[in-house]
Structures are given as structure tokens and as C-alpha cells.
Design a protein around this ligand. Structure first.
Ligand code: ADP
Ligand code: ZN
Ligand code: ZN
Length: 739
């Protein structure tokens, strides 16, 4: 047996070593190995049975710890990920054990401390004063310290000899003590402890079911908690977490992205303020040392509540009692590089392996999770009303085709209705949010006169405009059409490519509302460190009247003084070449609308669209998830899209356009041979984002009712095909991103 070892150090070397007889080596074990003429340390990524013994292979020296760093459950989870997403176990172990945790250099930081076991006798101390003034000074300092201990560094540099002789004389003890590198050390935010609220009947019923699952995890299903925005899901999470902790268990909270879900993190920290040291927050901005310390605090059971984004699903919590996945529908749970796992799905699996209770929460669940409640795999719990008695905001839809006629030439940006509404809020001293959906570069063709969008007749997704060859292409099946000169529906020659940015909106606002103070939140404006936090706090303290932003402001924000939310171009997300376009638009409008009227004041939402009758917009207007999902599921079933089938994308990338294309065509030919039953193989197409980072990209979409045969088939073909060195091929199972 051989071990594939990732060597500690910045160069990320991987070598195979023979495992000496009698040594029990598992993936995740820390090992000592020979490297050139020295000895080095590393982490075992995988254990392989070689096809033939390689006698030249060097042997491992020893195991550093007898146990692997990875728990058996996480090892099993890692194995599942490697198979399901067709990634190497090596890449998965790297994610499960991030570099900061693996590397020897980050090992715990220690300092020397001097300790008194008991307060010194005052009489004896007084005697020392004349005889040994230095010892007297040290003992007095120690005696005054709160827990009779003090870092040697604080006792003064020149005291080393004195301390040694005092230790010998039994006057004090010297010890090495671990110092925690606390990522929150300079966080000034105060967390005032929040008390549990009295639950309303809906919340109480939901909590009861969750508690049952916490008590009997082995016999319970994953729970989908569908609660409208503001229905008090978080309070249910908090009380369920409290119970798990009371039972001596630990809790894992996954959020879509730490920086975009400050509210959730703050509310957990406030509820568990009394046990603040037991809350660990994992995010991408931790230093290697901080990550190391947090990870080991979690593993030892010192930190019993972990809040983190996607990769926190691998947090090594012992005795896990409950996993909470907040906003489970969010795309950010899917990792967009290898291994391309979905954090929510991995969490569900981990919960089954542990076993522990798991709750997926959302106001707009993914249709995948929804489908699982329909088939009985998940249990469905609902909260249909806002918890604090507020009513759902009124949503008005503005038909931009009518507005367009007033704007000869350019595209209408601000409708009269929205402008008037903004003016009213300014007069009343209330705040507004303007939301601009700016997704993708792939452009669809839409008629501003009648709203018609050119769609694929076979797949019912919008066709993508390819500028280079002046064609419309379907990105699912490859169907092509010529670009019409006139709208096929109403014959208007005004058919245009949609699109304008946040900066343009700012310009228009400055003109029509010269007195308003506004700020923009998007990736460009938020480059500066803390820019997002600063802008949000300025908005909170009403230094800003109108906040303009992209997807970044759709999540988790809670501003009681916001009474108006405007969605400028609800269409943009709707006509991208993606069968999930309707679902995303529904989610987005519902979530953004949820930002309005969260205080005592009533909220209003204005949605501007060129296709006011589209189901995503109409159902979102009525806050009707059931209506939306019913019609959307019918469309998915009819065209065999997820959740009725798995959909994967195989992409090739290269700086050489022809080679990228040719490689994928070769793979396509091989995939087509002996294609297992039930798998649909799409054509080789240029990606909607044909060129990115200087690389040309081509893709094939595959669909199958069952996941395993699809992954196995692709994996087999990939293993048999040798790729040109300058072409990268990526397989994305259950892909969410088709660009
Ligand atoms: P969600 O997470 O479902 O969007 P929140 O948890 O943010 O909803 O709850 C919305 C508001 O309702 C919050 O201000 C919260 O404090 C309040 N709330 C939640 N539960 C109750 C309750 N049982 N009684 C009174 N107010 C509640
Ligand atoms: Zn038209
Ligand atoms: Zn098509």
C-alpha cells in the first residue's frame, strides 16, 4: 500500500510513499516522510493500492499523531464527494483540511507563564522584601494578578534567572500556555444577550418538530423550513440550537456568505453572548494562524457553535447535534472550483452520517429541496405569516413597455410610478432601496415595444445573442436562429439588447432627485476594505436616503425604516440562457421585496418589467411560492430539467480556441459511444462566456435521471482520454452556472 502525501510548505508538493508494514495510515493522517536528504512533514491525501509494487518508492518514516485529523464521518463524507462530483480524493481532502490547519508552521502558539498555586503568605512575602528584592517584586506582581498567573514576558525580560531559581525553590511554577489567535479580538461590537422570544403558534409547532429531530436524529428526515420573509425562522433556529447545546451537543450554522449575512451572525452571537467564547466564526478572511486555532478549538469541543459559509460544512465538530442551513436556495453554496460540491447537499449527507438533525431554511426554497419534500425524502414545515405582525409588502408591477413609448431613443430606467414613490419617501423621511439585476454578459434579445423574447422552441430558454457571427443560439440543445431585424411578434424595429448598469442609474437619480442622498453597493463600489460595512451602517443611521445595489443587497438585510423597494429591471435575470432563470427571478423578487416594511411602517415594492405577465413576476407579486413552484415544476418535468433529472456540464478551456473545441469534440465522440441508457448528451457549444481570463471555453450539457451512471460514464471517458497539455477540462455535476 502506498500513501499519497501532500508535503507541508508553500510549494504544495505531492509524493507517493510506501507504507511500512504494521503502520495504520488513513487519509487525513499527519506523517513524517523523507524528502531529498531531509525529513519533512505532510498530510496523507489518499491510500492507494498500486497496480504493481514500485521498489524504488521510499517508505514513510512515522505517523505524527495516531489518529487522522479527519473524523470518520468527515472521511466518509469526503469519499462521497469524490465519487459524486468526480473529483480526486486529494482535492477533497485539501478542502476538508484547509492549508492553515494542515501545516506544521501554524501549530499552536504558546507563551511561558509563571503561576502561583496559592496566594503567598503576607508575612513570608514581607520577609523577602529586603533579602531578595527581585523575588519580592515578582511575587507581588503575581499575587496581584487575577488568577495568580502572568506571562513571563510581562514580568520583565531580565528576570529569567530569578524565575528559574524561584521555580527550583518551589516558590512558583513555570508552564507553557497556548495563546489563542482570536479573529474577533479587535471586534469592538458589543453583543447584548438576547432572550428567547415567546413563539407564535406556527413557530412553536415548527420548533416542536425540529426538537424531535434533535432528540431522535437517526429516525428523522432532513427538514425544509419554508417561512415567508420575516416569519421568524431565525428564532426557531436559535431555540433549536439552544436545545442541542443543552443536550451537550454542538451546532453548525451555514450561511450563504458571512459578509452578506451579518444579521444572522449577529443574532446568533447575541443569543449566545453569555457563551461567547464557544462561538466560532469561520470565514475566508481568517489568517492561517487564526484558522488553525479556531479549527482546533472546534475539534476539542471548546467552540460548540460554528457559524460559517460553505466550507464550514467540514468543521470538525464532535457530537454534532444540529445543522442549520440558512437561505438554502442560495447559489453561493455551490463551490465553483474543484471539488465542485454543493454545501447544502453535503450538509444533508453529513447529517445522515453523523446522524444529527438538519434544517434547511428559506422563504424561496430551491426546487430541488422542494421536490424532496414532495417525494417524502424531506419533512416540510411552514411559517406563513410575518412573526412581528407586519403584513407582507404590497407589490406593484409596472409595465415598462408603456414607459418605453415616453422615452424615444434610450431605454427607460425610472418609471413615473417609481419616481413619484421615491419622491414621497423623501418627503416623509423614509428610506428606499433600488435593486438592479445585473447578471451575466450573455444577452438575450427583447422587444421593448411588446416585451417579446426570442426563445428556443425545444427548450423554452432564452436564446443567446452571439455578436461575432450574428446568431442566436440555444445553450441547452444548440438550436440556432438568425437575429431578427424586426420583432417577430409585433414587427417593431426597436428590438434591442437589454442592459444598463448601476452607474447609469446613479446618473439618472442625480438628475431627477437632486436633493436625495444616495449610495451604490456593487462589486465596483465595494472594492475598498470595509466599504460594505460602512455603507450599510450609514444607511442604517439614515445618512443615506436611497441605496442602489445589485444582488449584494438582496440578502438578509433588515432596515425598519425602508418602506420602498424598487426593482429596476426584473427581466434581466429572466432571459438568460439558463433553465433556472425563472426560479432565480422569483427568488430574487421575493427576497428583495422582503426587505421592505420590516418595521412598523407598511412596505411597498415596485417591480419594473417588460414582461409583466411572466409567471415568475406574477407569483412573486402575490408572494405565492406554491403557485410558482407548481407551474415551474411542470416546465421542468416536461423538459426533463432538474429536479427531475441531474444536469452536468463538461467544459474545456484553452488559450487556443481550436484546441479547446477539438478536445471537447473528441470527448463528445467518445461519450456518445456506448452511452448508457437514460443519459442525454448535448452538443459541443461555445460557452455563453466564450472567452474568460484569456481562455476560450466550450461546453457540453449532460442530463440523466440517475446521478451515478452519468458521473461514472464521464469519469471513465476522461480517465481513458489523454488531454493536450494546454487544455483544461472541467466536469461540474449538478451545475448551477451555465456561463
Ligand atoms: P426570517 O428569518 O424568517 O426572515 P426573522 O427571524 O428575521 O424572520 O424575524 C422577523 C422579525 O420578527 C424579527 O425582528 C424578529 O425579532 C421578530 N420575531 C420573530 N419571532 C417573534 C416572536 N415569536 N414574537 C415577536 N417577534 C418575533
Ligand atoms: Zn415586439
Ligand atoms: Zn434548445
Amino acid at each position: 500500500m502506498n500513501a499519497r502525501v501532500l508535503i507541508d510548505g508553500p510549494s504544495e508538493l505531492v509524493f507517493d510513499y510506501a507504507i511500512p508494514a504494521g503502520l495504520n495510515v488513513l487519509p487525513g493522517c499527519r506523517v513524517r516522510i523523507p524528502l531529498r536528504r531531509k525529513s519533512a512533514t505532510g498530510t496523507v491525501l489518499s491510500v492507494i493500492v498500486p497496480e504493481q509494487a514500485d521498489f524504488a518508492l521510499r517508505e514513510l518514516e512515522s505517523l505524527i499523531d495516531p489518529e487522522p485529523l479527519i473524523t470518520p464521518v468527515l472521511l466518509r463524507t469526503a469519499d462521497w464527494i469524490a465519487h459524486y462530483y468526480a473529483s480526486s480524493i486529494e482535492s477533497v481532502i485539501r478542502s476538508v483540511l484547509p492549508e492553515g490547519v494542515r501545516s506544521e508552521e501554524n501549530s499552536a502558539k504558546t507563551r511561558r507563564v509563571a503561576i502561583l498555586d496559592a496566594a503567598p503568605d503576607p508575612a513570608a512575602l514581607a520577609k523577602l522584601e529586603k533579602r531578595a528584592p527581585r523575588q519580592f517584586a515578582i511575587l507581588s506582581l503575581l499575587a496581584a494578578a487575577a488568577d495568580l498567573r502572568m506571562a513571563v514576558a510581562y514580568l520583565g525580560e531580565g528576570n529569567a534567572a530569578a524565575l528559574k531559581s524561584m521555580e527550583k525553590a518551589g516558590l512558583l511554577r513555570l508552564e507553557a500556555e497556548e495563546v489563542r489567535r482570536d479573529p474577533e479580538a479587535d471586534n469592538q461590537e458589543e453583543f447584548i444577550e438576547s432572550k428567547p422570544l415567546v413563539l407564535n403558534p406556527g413557530q412553536a409547532t415548527a420548533l416542536e418538530s425540529v426538537l424531535q429531530a434533535v432528540a431522535n436524529p437517526a429516525s428523522s428526515k432532513p427538514i425544509l423550513l419554508l417561512g415567508v420573509t420575516g416569519s421568524g425562522k431565525t428564532e426557531v433556529y436559535l431555540q433549536a440550537a439552544q436545545r442541542a447545546l443543552d443536550l451537550g451537543k454542538t451546532v453548525l450554522v451555514l450561511v450563504p456568505e458571512i459578509s452578506l449575512t451579518p444579521q444572522t451572525v449577529r443574532r446568533f452571537k447575541s443569543r449566545f453572548a453569555a457563551m461567547r467564547d464557544q462561538v466560532a466564526v469561520l470565514h475566508s478572511n481568517l489568517s492561517q494562524g487564526e484558522r488553525f486555532d479556531e479549527w482546533h478549538r472546534i475539534r476539542k469541543g471548546t467552540a460548540r457553535i460554528v457559524i460559517g459559509a460553505r466550507s464550514a460544512v467540514f468543521a470538525p465538530l464532535p457530537d454534532l447535534g444540529l445543522i442549520l442551513v440558512d437561505e438554502e436556495h442560495e447559489n453561493t453554496y455551490k463551490q465553483e472550483n474543484v471539488p465542485r460540491y454543493h454545501g447544502r447537499d453535503v450538509a444533508v449527507l453529513r447529517a445522515a452520517f453523523e446522524p444529527c438533525a438538519i434544517v434547511l431554511g428559506s422563504a424561496t426554497p430551491s426546487l430541488e429541496s422542494w421536490h424532496n419534500t414532495e417525494t417524502g425524502k424531506y419533512e416540510l414545515l411552514r411559517l406563513n405569516e410575518r412573526a412581528d405582525g407586519a403584513s407582507m409588502p404590497l407589490v406593484r408591477v409596472v409595465d415598462m413597455r408603456l414607459e418605453q413609448t415616453k422615452h424615444k431613443g434610450g431605454v427607460a430606467i425610472l418609471s413615473d410610478k417609481l419616481r413619484t414613490a421615491l419622491e414621497q419617501r423623501l418627503e416623509k423621511g423614509e428610506q428606499s432601496i433600488l435593486f438592479l439585476n445585473r447578471r451575466g454578459f450573455a444577452r438575450s434579445l427583447q422587444c421593448p415595444t411588446c416585451g417579446h423574447v426570442c426563445q428556443c422552441p425545444h427548450c423554452a430558454v432564452a436564446l443567446t445573442y452571439h455578436r461575432t457571427d450574428e446568431r442566436l443560439v440555444c445553450h441547452v440543445c444548440g438550436h440556432q436562429a438568425i437575429v431578427p431585424r424586426k420583432c417577430p411578434e409585433c414587427k417593431s424595429p426597436a428590438i434591442i439588447l437589454q442592459g444598463y448598469g448601476t452607474q447609469k442609474v446613479e446618473e439618472v437619480l442625480a438628475k431627477v432627485l437632486p436633493k436625495a442622498k444616495f449610495a451604490r453597493i456593487d462589486a465596483d463600489a465595494m472594492r475598498r476594505k470595509n466599504a460594505l460595512r460602512d455603507t450599510l451602517s450609514a444607511f442604517k443611521s439614515h445618512k443615506i436616503d436611497i441605496l442602489i445595489g445589485t444582488q449584494m443587497i438582496a440578502k438578509g438585510l433588515h432596515f425598519p425604516n425602508v418602506t420602498l423597494v424598487g426593482i429596476l429591471n426584473a427581466d434581466l435575470g429572466l432571459h438568460v440562457p439558463d433553465f433556472r432563470a425563472g426560479e432565480r427571478t422569483f427568488q430574487l423578487i421575493t427576497q428583495v421585496a422582503g426587505r421592505a416594511g420590516r418595521g412598523d411602517l407598511e412596505g411597498e415594492v415596485i417591480v419594473q418589467t417588460f414582461t409583466p405577465h411572466s409567471p415568475s413576476i406574477q407569483y412573486a407579486r402575490k408572494h405565492d411560492f406554491d403557485g410558482f413552484s407548481e407551474q415551474e415544476m411542470e416546465f421542468r418535468r416536461q423538459f426533463s430539467f432538474p429536479p427531475y433529472a441531474h444536469c452536468a456540464v463538461l467544459t474545456s478551456r484553452s488559450t487556443h480556441e481550436r484546441r479547446a473545441e477539438f478536445t471537447l469534440q473528441t470527448l463528445h465522440l467518445r461519450l456518445a459511444e456506448n452511452l448508457p441508457n437514460g443519459i442525454t448528451l448535448g452538443e459541443v457549444l461555445s460557452s455563453p462566456l466564450i472567452r474568460s481570463h484569456g481562455q476560450f471555453r466550450f461546453q457540453i450539457t449532460l442530463r440523466s435521471h440517475r446521478a451515478r451512471p452519468l458521473t461514472n460514464h464521464v469519469q471513465q471517458i476522461l480517465a481513458k482520454t489523454s488531454l493536450p497539455e494546454d487544455v483544461t477540462v472541467v466536469f461540474d455535476m449538478d451545475a448551477l452556472n451555465f456561463s
